[in-house]
Design a protein around this ligand. Structure first.
Ligand code: DGY
Length: 319
């Protein structure tokens, strides 16, 4: 039987590429450059399936120009804000993502960012590394302690809950806002807030775990930063679109926000050049899910979805 033709847009894990090569007539973009709109459109005429990352943008304009040969886009990501889902659905294209498998890795990175921001990791590292560490005093680099503090989580999906589980180990009091209240066995004592505003009022630490949608664009704006307790710490491992970056810098300047830990930016790759002037921002380059274990799991989950589709079954993660 002829194998379906599959285009893999980026250099995925070795285990993923080996399995894909075994089961599909696969072409891999070994250059590892993000697929352009023209490349996606051209590929749609040559391949039955595309396995992209969040770096490939299937906008409404691209969707309208895809060849009918393309049947499925099996994303190697949980976030799908790079895909215009209604436009792809209108073209009869199945779209899948990779939930669950990256929750732990992303929650671990959020913990790193929260701790690093709270304890001045950027400034501390620079002082030691540059040889400028020439004194010590009890008032030197005094940070903010997690234990006993209130943590506000916006979005209690899989990643939000994984993060809450880790934060419980640090003896934080967990509060959350979510579209709906969790059942007691999922909430594990976390306190529900029916509005973002109510949550912000108690969030000594705030971590964002909701998807980027038109409704959540600039979710954290000037007014909302102003509702946080003075000296709050803000963490974002979800999407850069959630934060008004100018408003964040103003909140850091005023001291309303003491520090931020960011893995996501409005502009990626690259980030916000103005953030470089802020030692109080601990930044990483969108690597929340970047562990060997999770990269394999994401690749395998995307392939599981393709296998189901081409076996005539509904893929587990069809959106
Ligand atoms: C995701 O899966 O959405 C991560 O941001 C990596 O793409």
């Amino acid at each position: 039987m002829t194998k379906p033709r599959l285009w893999i847009t980026r250099r995925l894990s070795d285990a993923t590429l080996e399995r894909a090569a075994r089961d599909y007539d696969v072409v891999i973009n070994h250059d590892d450059t993000p697929g352009t709109a023209d490349q996606l459109i051209a590929a749609s005429a040559e391949f039955d399936a595309i396995l992209p990352c969040h770096s490939e943008h299937f906008s409404a304009e691209v969707a309208a120009r895809l060849d009918p040969r393309l049947k499925i886009i099996a994303n190697h990501s949980v976030g799908v804000d790079h895909c215009d889902l209604p436009a792809l659905k209108a073209r009869g294209i199945t779209v899948t993502n990779t939930p669950d498998v990256l929750s732990d890795a992303t929650a671990e990175l959020a913990m790193l960012l929260m701790l690093g921001a709270a304890r001045g990791a950027v400034a501390g590292d620079r002082i030691v590394r540059s040889g400028a560490w020439d004194s010590w005093s009890p008032a030197f680099m005094v940070g903010k302690q997690l234990g006993g503090a209130r943590l506000g989580i916006i979005g209690m999906g899989r990643v939000g809950r994984a993060f809450a589980a880790k934060a419980r180990g640090f003896e934080m009091e967990i509060h959350y806002f979510n579209r709906s209240e969790l059942s007691p066995d999922q909430a594990h004592g976390a306190i529900y807030h029916s509005t973002v505003e109510s949550l912000l009022g108690v969030a000594d630490f705030l971590s964002l775990h909701c998807p980027a949608t038109p409704e959540t664009t600039d979710l954290m704006n000037t007014a909302r930063f102003g509702l946080l307790p003075q000296g709050a710490v803000v963490v974002n491992t979800a999407r850069g679109a959630l934060i008004d970056e100018d408003a964040l810098m103003a909140a850091l300047d005023s001291g309303q926000v003491a520090a931020a830990g960011l893995d996501c930016f409005k502009t990626e790759p690259g980030g916000n050049p103005a953030f470089v002037g802020y030692d109080t921002i601990f930044m990483l380059p969108h690597i929340g899910s970047a562990t060997t274990k999770t990269r394999d799991a994401m690749g395998f989950r995307a392939l599981d979805n393709l296998d189901a589709f081409f076996a005539g079954e509904a893929p587990r993660d069809a959106l």
